[in-house]
Design a protein around this ligand. Structure first.
Ligand SMILES: [Zn+2]
Length: 138
């Protein structure tokens, strides 16, 4: 409980900083456009013909774009055109940005909760989240 040993003024100062950082994160969330689940992959393939240019690593066919995601516990894959891939690239990046901001907002809220609790004289006992638990590989 980091708030317990701090002066009232210091607690108020830190709480104010949490509020400001939280408002800044909210403003960045508001700027985020459409989201897409899944992982965008760029593939270069070989056709198996030993005389084809793709037999050389630099000569492989492609690039092809592929989006992979989980749906009802199964992995779904879609091959995308270059144009579609550009949209999905932006939208999956938006999703990662949003998730990072949400993690930041959770951490700030937790910190603020400890200061609010210290001001009011009770212990903040909300659920703890490991910062390593983020990014479930999607
Ligand atoms: Zn080939």
């Amino acid at each position: 409980m980091p708030g317990a040993r701090l002066s009232r003024a210091e607690i108020e100062r830190r709480l104010e900083r949490c509020r400001a950082d939280y408002e800044a994160a909210k403003a960045r969330v508001a700027e985020i456009g459409f989201l897409c689940e899944g992982t965008l992959l760029q593939l270069r393939t070989t056709c198996g013909n030993p005389n084809c240019r793709c037999a050389q690593p630099e000569g492989r066919h492609g690039p092809y774009w592929q989006l992979t995601w989980k749906e009802a516990g199964r992995t779904v894959t879609r091959v995308l055109s270059e144009e579609a891939a550009a949209h999905y690239r932006e939208w999956t990046a938006n999703r990662r940005r949003l998730e990072a901001l949400l993690a930041e907002m959770r951490a700030l809220s937790r910190e603020a909760g400890e200061y609010v609790a210290a001001q009011a004289g009770f212990n903040f006992e909300g659920p703890r989240r490991s910062s390593r638990r983020r990014r479930s590989g999607r």
